[in-house]
Design a protein around this ligand. Structure first.
Ligand code: ZN
Length: 375
C-alpha cells in the first residue's frame, strides 16, 4: 500500500481506494502526488499533547517519535506500508500472527523503516490499518495542517501484492518481520473522535458489542440466569408458557411424566428427573459437610445433616412474602433460599461471617450447578 497521507485522509480515503490496474510482474515506480512542506520555524516534531503517549509500548512510542524527528526537515515524504497475517498449523492448532511494516523516504531517498507486531482480532485489514496508523504517526505534525490549508486531496492507493513495486516488496518484508517485534497497541481513550470505548474488565472490546455479548453467553452466564429464574419463579415451565401463549400451548401437564401440571415445583420434583429430591438433599449435605469440615471439625457434620434432614420436602405458600424463614421446605432451599439454621451451624464452626458467607456461597453455587445439570 502506498500512502502519502494524514489521519483524516485515511478515513476519507478508505472509501476511495484506487485499485491498481498495472499488470503483475512489471517492475515500475509509482509517481506519487507530492506535498511540499515549507520548513518554517513551526514545531514539526512534537506530537499533539493528547497523542504524546498514544502507544502503550514504550519502544514503539520512542521509535515512531524518533522517525518523526528525523523526517521533520523533509520537504517530501513517501511511505510504503503493508500488513501481514500469517497462519500456521501447529499440532492441529492454528496460530495466527500479524505484523505491520513500512518504509519511508525523504526527498534525498534516505530510508526509514518500521515494523511491529499486531495483536487481538485477527484480520489482514487490521494489520494494514495499523501500518498506516503508525506511518501517519511518524510523519511531522504540520502535514495535516498544510493539507488542510492548501486544500490538498490525499489518497490511498492500493498496490497489488508482489506486483513488482520495489518499495512495496520492502514493506511486505518488514510487515512479516513485524510478527516478531514489539506490539503496536494504542490508547484508544485518547481518540477524541471516539465517544466511548467499550471495555470488559480492563480489556478493550474491539468488535461489535452484540457479537461480544453473544460470546459472553457462556456456561457461567446461563447458570446465573437459571439461578435467578429459579428463584423468581420465572423458568419457562409449561404453566408459564400456556399463560403467555395460550394459542400455542394448549396443555400444561408435564410432558415427561404426564402426571401433573408442569410448574416450577414440579420441575424440581418430577419423577422423571435424573435424580430424585432425596439425592438432591444428600448432595447438598455432602457439599456443606465437605466444605465446612475442611475448616471445622466433625460435630458440624451431624448438625448439618440433622437440620437439612429435618426440612420437609414439599412446598409451602407460593408467595415468597408469606414464607417463614424458620420453617423453610427443602423445595425452598432448591429454589434458592438458605435456612438461617444452616447458616448458623456453619457460622458457629468457622466463627467469622466472612468465612461462613464464603462457604455458603461456594456450596450453593455448586448445588445450583448440580440441579441445573441433573434436573
Ligand atoms: Zn413430570
Amino acid at each position: 500500500m502506498y500512502v502519502l497521507s494524514r489521519r483524516n485522509a485515511i478515513r476519507d480515503g478508505i472509501g476511495k481506494i484506487i485499485e491498481d490496474s498495472v499488470p503483475v510482474d512489471s517492475i515500475r515506480f509509482i509517481d506519487p502526488p507530492t506535498v511540499y512542506i515549507s520548513n518554517n520555524a513551526r514545531d514539526r516534531t512534537t506530537m499533539f499533547a493528547k497523542f504524546q503517549n498514544f502507544w502503550t509500548q514504550e519502544n514503539i512510542q520512542t521509535r515512531l517519535d524518533d522517525i518523526r524527528l528525523k523526517l521533520s526537515s523533509s520537504i517530501s515524504i513517501r511511505i510504503y506500508t503493508d500488513g501481514s497475517l500469517i497462519k500456521k498449523d501447529n499440532n492441529n492448532s492454528h496460530i495466527t500472527t500479524m505484523g505491520c511494516g513500512w518504509c519511508a523516504f525523504d526527498e534525498n531517498d534516505t530510508e526509514f523503516n518500521f515494523s511491529g507486531k499486531v495483536e487481538n482480532f485477527a484480520s489482514s485489514t487490521r494489520a494494514e490499518l495499523m501500518a498506516i496508523l503508525t506511518a501517519v504517526y511518524a510523519t511531522p505534525k504540520p502535514i495535516e495542517e498544510i493539507a488542510n490549508i492548501q486544500n490538498l486531496t490525499l489518497r490511498l492507493e492500493k498496490v497489488k501484492a508482489h506486483s513488482g513495486v520495489i518499495h512495496n516488496e520492502t514493506a511486505d518484508k518488514l510487515a512479516r518481520e513485524g510478527c516478531l517485534k514489539p506490539v503496536c497497541f494504542l490508547d484508544l481513550q485518547s481518540l477524541t473522535s471516539v465517544n466511548a470505548v467499550s471495555c470488559w474488565n480492563t480489556e478493550t472490546i474491539e468488535e461489535p458489542l452484540r457479537h461480544f455479548t453473544k460470546k459472553l453467553d457462556n456456561k457461567e452466564t446461563r447458570q446465573r440466569a437459571f439461578n435467578v429464574k429459579l428463584f423468581n419463579n420465572e423458568l419457562p415451565t409449561l404453566e408459564k408458557l400456556k399463560d403467555r401463549f395460550p394459542k400455542i400451548y394448549e396443555n400444561d401437564s408435564c410432558i415427561r411424566c404426564n402426571l401433573e401440571k408442569e410448574d416450577q415445583v414440579h420441575v424440581l420434583t418430577c419423577p422423571k428427573n435424573l435424580i430424585d429430591i432425596h439425592s438432591c438433599k444428600n448432595k447438598l449435605i455432602n457439599l456443606l459437610v465437605n466444605k465446612t469440615t475442611t475448616v471445622a471439625c466433625e460435630d458440624t457434620c451431624k448438625n448439618i445433616c440433622k437440620t437439612l434432614e429435618a426440612l420437609k420436602e414439599l412446598h409451602i405458600p407460593r408467595d415468597v412474602n408469606m414464607r417463614d424463614a424458620d420453617h423453610l421446605s427443602f423445595i425452598d432451599v432448591m429454589l434458592g433460599l438458605i435456612p438461617i439454621t444452616v447458616y448458623d451451624i456453619v457460622l458457629q464452626k468457622v466463627v467469622t461471617h466472612k468465612l461462613a458467607d464464603q462457604i455458603i456461597d461456594d456450596v450453593f453455587v455448586q448445588f445450583k450447578l448440580f440441579l441445573h445439570t441433573h434436573i
